[in-house]
Design a protein around this ligand. Structure first.
Ligand code: 5RP
Length: 221
């Protein structure tokens, strides 16, 4: 917990008065939201945008109002977590199933910070199963397609039913192993009809904050 807290606290130092802030999704972001709520109570004046129903609910619980994505013209900074990060600050995201809105919000943000504990650092992406968000209508066909591509796919389940994302889609998790060319794979998968979004985040993070037990490290792209 200390690791996440250290990374979360460091991230709040990047947030200043008047900012429009994107809130990512996941347990590390939730630690950050709790820290942020203390600063807001102490007078910090910011506008927050959310990347998931989960984050919206969590932020509301801590008294943080979430504004509509369409109500702002730009987002100054987004703070999000990641499932894996390589030395080039490329990542796999979507373990929490929020990859689509996370990528949209990140794309519309001036700057993106990822907060992770050191267990998320890898030399090559792909040990964490790559989440691919797909249209339900195409999901069986895509499963077969991904099998033929040797991506070891499986449809994500929750309580024995297909997991459904905030936008009503399914997720296919691909146990690929080391991905030689993440950028190419992202492009290749996105070209397939029925694929909505891919959990490879290639040129997104501007800063990576790594939380250790006793310190943090900030890497800049
Ligand atoms: C959700 C995500 C999260 O950022 C990722 O799963 C990391 O979560 P956590 O901080 O709980 O490890 O991509 O879709």
């Amino acid at each position: 917990m200390n690791k996440k807290l250290n990374a979360a606290k460091k991230a709040t130092e990047f947030i200043s008065d008047g900012m429009v802030l994107g809130l990512g999704t996941g347990s590390t972001v939730e630690v950050m939201i709790e820290e942020l709520s203390k600063k807001i109570k102490a007078g910090l004046n910011i506008k927050c945008i959310s990347t998931s129903n989960r984050t919206t609910k969590f932020a509301n619980k801590f008294g943080i109002i979430i504004h509509e994505f369409d109500s702002v013209s730009k987002i100054d900074l987004t703070v999000d977590g990641a499932d894996e990060v390589d030395p080039y600050l490329r990542g796999i995201k979507g373990g929490g199933g929020a990859l689509l809105y996370e990528k949209i919000v990140a794309y519309n943000s001036e700057k993106n910070i990822w907060i992770v504990d050191d267990s998320k650092l890898v030399n090559k992406l792909g040990n964490f199963p790559l989440p691919v968000e797909v249209i339900p209508f195409a999901s069986r066909k895509l499963l077969m397609k991904f099998e033929s591509m040797r991506l070891n796919p499986s449809i994500r389940k929750l309580d024995n039913k297909n997991f459904v994302t905030d936008s009503g889609n399914f997720i296919i998790d691909c146990k690929i192993g080391e991905i030689e060319n993440p950028k190419e794979l992202e492009k290749e998968l996105k070209m397939i009809p029925g694929v909505v979004e891919v959990g490879l985040f290639i040129d997104v993070a501007d800063y990576l904050i790594i939380g250790y037990n006793d310190r943090t490290e900030v890497l800049e792209k």
